[in-house]
Design a binder for this molecule. Structure first.
Ligand code: NAD
Length: 499
């Protein structure tokens, strides 16, 4: 196996890390997969294998869930301050290991080191510190009795919040570390225990996170990590009878399978799924800022962002200028391996994803889309696709389906009424952005766009305190903020007759 194929400078610890086959983390121990099988991990910048992860199966999942179930008995009884302190300690360790984690994320996923440092590792530290604070602020409520029950009887009633139990967390490959932490941090803050199943393409940062979880001092079984394929490891995790809640981030198609499976046992579940987020640029927008904003909204993280601004609606009076500006931005992006200091945009995560994106581009061109920038795979090793801008029409498949790559479909509109109809004409409802200097229009459009998040004069800004999630087929439930904490708690109603 060819390690470190592009001769990128590796921090010493990562050299050692990539040189070994990776095990599963169960009960704070590293164990070999019961199948004895491993999965090659590819560096998308070179298209060659750099290390191997364990291919976990149902037996491994069973061991991990049993460990989490046993650990729940004591972890759920620890004081909130203990949980808060451990989460803060873990956040510190992630921060101390930021360079190592960023580098691994960049090698594993292809993203630029800058995004890995800030978008993945930096935001994960902030999020974990924020969630640590919630551990000590979980409150139930006391409620008055509202109806007459027995003549003369007096009651005292309260609602207590209790952790839901063992959480099965399944994450995708686009923000491997932060998606894992979006799930682990609130689950641990509430007193739940976790079995994490990272994406098979990008499990490495989760495995380093596992090392740090042990180092931080979390008791055995509180977090367990099973790497492997969705069918072999993800599906048995969702199906396991001792898993009380499933929290899933990934595609709509897999989300529906996971949801159906969870409902079969009436497990709690949260689904964070795909998107086809519109960007609406009104005629009164700051054009320069809108061009930059629209470009970043799609090309950030190679367009592999669930909230990528992939449908660009521009008022017809400024359409040509804005599209030319976004195309110029695309043509000037320095497409390089993620760990190259000059990288403006890295490769896509895998050969399959690069083919999928190129097939979408070809289908758009076949349906009549006009290529304003890019339009093809780059002719070199690795999974590089040129940043692409396509003048499109609403009925095209590229406008209706999530591409999950650096491809934006631009379309003109006449007025707010028309653009609202176009923006909402999709099965997705994750996010949107509106670019305008008219406050009234901003509020009006924000209220009427069918999406879980609407940004105004910005895009892809996530805050730990603001709930995030989708409407329509983009998902069920919310992550971030208090909503995230609530997702790992059950209400327990207690009613006492006092006399
Ligand atoms: P995917 O659905 O193929 O896989 C996601 C995870 O599910 C992986 O870990 C995979 O191994 C696992 N999996 C696959 N089949 C499974 C099964 N039958 N049972 C249980 N687990 C299974 O998605 P992907 O290609 O890894 O990620 C891209 C998708 O994720 C895009 O659609 C993107 O929009 C979405 N996404 C959404 C958000 C959000 O917060 N809404 C964030 C990031 C990505």
């Amino acid at each position: 196996m060819n390690k470190n194929t592009n001769n990128n400078p590796l921090v010493a610890k990562n050299q050692e890390f990539l040189a070994e086959d990776h095990k599963l983390m169960i009960n704070n121990e590293w164990v070999t997969p019961s199948s004895g099988d491993y999965i090659d991990v590819f560096d998308p910048s070179a298209g060659s294998a750099v290390t191997r992860i364990s291919s976990g199966n149902a037996d491994d999942v069973d061991n991990a869930v049993n460990a989490a179930s046993e650990a729940f008995k004591s972890w759920s009884k620890t004081t909130p301050l203990t949980r808060q302190s451990l989460l803060l300690r873990l956040a510190d360790l992630i921060e101390e290991n930021a360079e190592r984690l960023s580098e691994i994320e960049s090698i594993d996923n292809g993203k630029s080191l800058i995004i890995a440092r800030n978008g993945d590792v930096g935001s994960s530290v902030n999020f974990m510190r924020y969630m640590a604070g919630w551990a000590t602020k979980i409150t139930g409520s006391t409620l008055d009795i509202s109806a007459p029950h027995m003549p003369g009887a007096e009651f005292h009633a309260y609602v207590k919040k209790q952790p839901v139990g063992v959480v099965g967390a399944i994450v995708p490959w686009n923000f491997p570390l932060s998606m894992s932490i979006w799930k682990i941090a609130p689950a641990l803050a509430t007193g739940c225990t976790v079995v994490l199943k990272p994406a098979e393409q990008t499990s490495l940062s989760a495995l380093i996170l596992g090392e740090l979880i042990i180092e931080a001092g979390f008791p055995a079984g509180v977090v367990n990590i099973i790497t492997g394929y969705g069918q072999n490891a993800g599906s048995p995790l969702v199906a396991h009878p001792k898993v009380n809640k499933v929290t899933f981030t990934g595609s709509v198609e897999t989300g529906k399978i996971v949801g159906r499976q969870a409902v079969g046992q009436m497990k709690r579940f949260t689904l964070e799924l795909g998107g086809k987020s519109p960007i609406i640029i009104r005629e009164d927008a700051n054009v320069e800022a809108s061009i930059l904003g629209a470009s970043m909204a799609i090309f950030f993280n190679q367009g592999q962002t669930c909230t990528a601004g992939s449908r660009l609606y521009v008022h017809k009076s400024i359409f040509d200028g804005v599209v030319a500006g976004v195309a110029e931005f695309a043509n000037n992006i320095n497409v390089q391996p993620g760990y190259d200091a000059a990288c403006g945009m890295g490769p896509l995560v895998s050969k399959e994803q690069s083919k999928r994106v190129c097939d979408f581009i070809a289908s758009g061109i076949e349906e009549g889309a006009e290529v304003m920038a890019g339009g093809a795979k780059l002719d070199r090793d690795g999974y590089f696709v040129a940043p692409t801008v396509l003048k499109s029409t609403q009925d095209m498949r590229i406008v209706q389906e999530e591409i999950f790559g650096p491809v934006v479909c631009a379309m003109p509109f006449d007025d707010d009424e028309e653009v609202l109809e176009l923006a909402n004409e999709t099965r997705y409802g994750l996010a949107a952005s509106v670019w305008t200097q008219n406050l009234r229009s901003a509020h009006d459009l924000a209220a009427k766009i069918q999406a879980g998040t609407v940004w105004v004069n910005c895009h892809n800004v996530f805050d730990p305190n603001l709930p995030f999630g989708g409407v329509k087929q983009s998902g069920i439930g919310r992550e971030l903020g208090k909503a995230s904490i609530d997702g790992y708690l059950e209400d327990k109603t207690v009613l006492m007759k006092l006399n």
